[in-house]
Write a protein that binds this ligand. Structure first.
Ligand code: FES
Length: 106
């Protein structure tokens, strides 16, 4: 599933994320610098914050309560399209999605 990650400095990386992997896992395995993922994906650190491109944000399953709570703790500005990338699982219907990374994660 091709996902485009855009770093705060504008550089783009396209990653073929295996289905079922989280966007955070794939970012870490591919050296995407704008995602830290300190807690390993258990929705407990908010250092995997990303901004989902507007056209995709509404297609994602809604954030669960624990994700919404953790989004209160993001280091960068929280926006309506803010999500935790460890809680977004790659699936075929997300092919082509674009996520932008905030300038700070912690
Ligand atoms: Fe910690 Fe996503 S990796 S909340």
């Amino acid at each position: 599933v091709m996902i485009t990650y855009i770093e705060p400095n504008g550089s783009e990386q396209q990653i073929d994320v295996p289905e079922g992997w989280s966007l955070m896992q794939a970012a870490l395995s591919n050296g995407v610098e704008g995602i830290e993922g300190e807690c390993g994906g258990s929705c407990a650190c908010a250092t995997c914050h990303c901004y989902v491109d507007d056209t995709w944000a509404e297609r994602l399953p809604a954030a669960a309560d624990n994700e919404l709570e953790m989004l209160d703790n993001v280091a960068a500005e929280r926006r309506p399209t803010s999500r935790l990338s460890c809680q977004i699982k790659a699936s075929a219907d997300l092919a082509g999605m674009v996520v932008r990374l905030p300038d700070v994660q912690s």
